[in-house]
Design a protein around this ligand. Structure first.
Ligand code: TYD
Length: 212
């Protein structure tokens, strides 16, 4: 197996609020670049002009039913894949992406009741055969993550959800990782940023066979 020669690798970072994905994404992209790999850092919702417009719509407020909300996330994702992620991977660039389709299954699925069938259907429409080569799941008890996230101020529509919602999101992510252990690595996000980075680099070496 493995990707086509010359194609970049697609690494996604997933997890609940305040788990440290942004810090890890920055450090990981820096470490990969330092080892000589071309790297693109991006995030969802967003990562392309149309996707950023959808991000503003989603995070700005409003109220949708779960299918409509998931479709908005997938519309943004389609733009992101078509204009940013796909071309980068084709050009041999490694992509480090903060959140991807697993976030929709955890937040809109486990959190808001969207069915897995609908999620799979939207994945099929949006992604074709594209899947992450490696997913690093930053796992943290929601109360710890929410403490970190809320201390940043300006809570978004998801951060304002109940503790029970965030507990379901965490369980949703852990269920994905349990179901796809060959793709997903669960990392203890209560460790220091340096330790989380080292564990991530070890996972890249072990899973992708690259000395990063
Ligand atoms: P953001 O401010 O980027 O938060 P974070 O740093 O936690 O990623 O806001 C993104 C929010 O959108 C976050 O609360 C998770 C949510 N989200 C979904 O509900 N579904 C999705 O498919 C994606 C990509 C994000």
């Amino acid at each position: 197996m493995g990707p086509e020669p010359g194609r970049g690798r697609f690494i996604t970072l997933e997890g609940g609020e305040g788990a440290g994905k942004t810090t890890l994404s920055r450090a990981l992209a820096g470490a990969l670049a330092a080892s000589g790999l071309p790297v693109l850092r991006t995030r969802e919702p967003g990562g392309a002009p149309g996707a950023e417009a959808v991000r503003a719509l989603i995070l700005g407020g409003g109220s949708w039913d779960p299918v409509a909300e998931a479709m908005l996330h997938f519309a943004a994702r389609r733009e992101h894949v078509a204009r940013t992620i796909g071309p980068a991977l084709d050009a041999g660039i490694w992509v480090v992406c903060d959140r991807f389709a697993d976030s929709t299954l955890a937040y809109q699925g486990a959190g808001q009741g969207l069915s897995r069938d609908v999620w799979e259907c939207l994945c099929g429409l949006t992604l074709g055969a594209l899947r992450p080569d490696l997913t690093l799941l930053l796992d943290l008890p929601p109360e710890r993550g929410m403490g970190r996230a809320l201390s940043r101020g300006d809570a978004n529509r998801y951060e304002r959800q109940s503790d029970a919602f965030h507990a379901r999101v965490r369980d949703g992510f852990l269920a994905i990782a349990a179901q796809e252990p060959e793709r997903c690595v669960v990392l203890d996000a209560s460790r220091s940023p340096g330790e989380v980075l080292d564990l991530s680099l070890a996972a890249i070496r072990n899973r992708l066979g690259v000395a990063a």
